[in-house]
Design a protein around this ligand. Structure first.
Ligand SMILES: [Zn+2]
Length: 313
């Protein structure tokens, strides 16, 4: 599968003879955008729950958790394929941190579609409360229908001219999200403006002679808004809002979808399934956990069927 954006394996900025960057940054590296999932099995489900608990126990941010989750479910990302080496996870982690927000969402979105496919329910029923009449109602959502905007050729960089200055910035990625989450926990009273400028300092691409802090301080709020628009224009985007009409009063409104909700299956359900199979087939827990999810479900269906037949006699 291919990401709507991708990451650069290595960045080389090209300079002229005086050492001035030529329309920085010029990249010789190709965007890495291929990815593949690990096969789904009970052991992976358990690992994901353990990681989630680890993030909660260590008070790690949501962005950290998403990085951990992505590194667990992928077997290949761009130029790296896991081969059961001890540093597989570290290698994948460093790469998922280089992915922009939409790419990270895209992987989780595909994981969700994959999960629906395995479980045979492409359409999920979600609940919502109408902002006009307060009525609660359920609606079907086919995750496959979410529209996606691909990155432009300039991605992951945006270049613009502000006054007499050429500004180069890169699209924020997972590493920036983690940094900002940590920074916010250390600066709980920070304003939106301070947050915006702190992030921008990381994103500005400058040569050795320019100081990113000085450059950021020289920019007006309007100029920063222009930079943000330029970044949005080059970055991919996964639509996460859908249009709904309340079945009670007909009020039309937008709902922001949470791609992360119900992403992890409850562990009690997995343990019930392992228990069922262990009782009937006398397989070891470890073997059951390593069965591909589709095969585990197929055996459970057969068990249900044979129990049904026995009940009917
Ligand atoms: Zn309503």
């Amino acid at each position: 599968m291919k990401l709507p954006g991708g990451y650069l394996a290595s960045v080389t900025s090209v300079s002229d003879q005086q050492g001035n960057p030529l329309q920085a940054p010029l990249c010789t590296a190709r965007l890495q955008n291929e990815f593949r999932f690990k096969p789904r099995c009970g052991a992976l489900q358990l690992l994901l729950q353990e990681r989630r608990q680890y993030c909660i126990d260590n008070q790690l941010s949501h962005a950290h958790w998403v990085s951990e989750l992505l590194a667990c479910i992928l077997v290949q990302l761009g130029d790296y394929t896991a081969t059961h080496q001890p540093d597989d996870e570290a290698q994948l982690l460093s790469r998922v941190r280089q992915l922009c927000v939409a790419d990270r969402q895209f992987i989780l979105w595909q994981w969700r579609l994959n999960q629906g496919h395995v479980q045979g329910n492409q359409t999920e029923w979600l609940s919502n409360q109408c902002p006009a009449c307060d009525a609660y109602y359920d609606f079907p959502l086919d995750w496959q229908m979410l529209p996606i905007k691909l990155a432009t050729v300039d991605f992951p960089f945006a270049q613009l001219t502000l006054g007499s200055q050429q500004i180069s910035v890169r699209v924020p990625n997972g590493g920036d999200q983690e940094f900002i989450a940590d920074w916010l926990s250390n600066h709980p009273a920070a304003t939106q403006r301070e947050l915006q400028r702190t992030l921008l300092r990381r994103l500005l691409i400058v040569d050795e002679k320019t100081d990113a802090v000085e450059l950021e301080q020289a920019l007006s709020d309007e100029q920063i808004a222009s930079i943000e628009s330029a970044l949005e224009a080059v970055a991919p985007e996964l639509a996460s809002a859908i249009q709904l009409a309340c079945p009670e009063c007909g009020f039309e409104h937008q709902l922001q979808l949470d791609l992360y909700q119900q992403l992890l299956a409850p562990i009690s359900q997995l343990l019930d399934e392992v228990h069922q199979l262990a009782i009937h087939y006398h397989w070891r827990e470890e073997d059951i956990l390593h069965l591909p999810e589709t095969r585990r479900r197929a055996y459970l269906q057969r068990l249900e069927l044979s129990q049904g037949m026995r009940g009917a006699v």
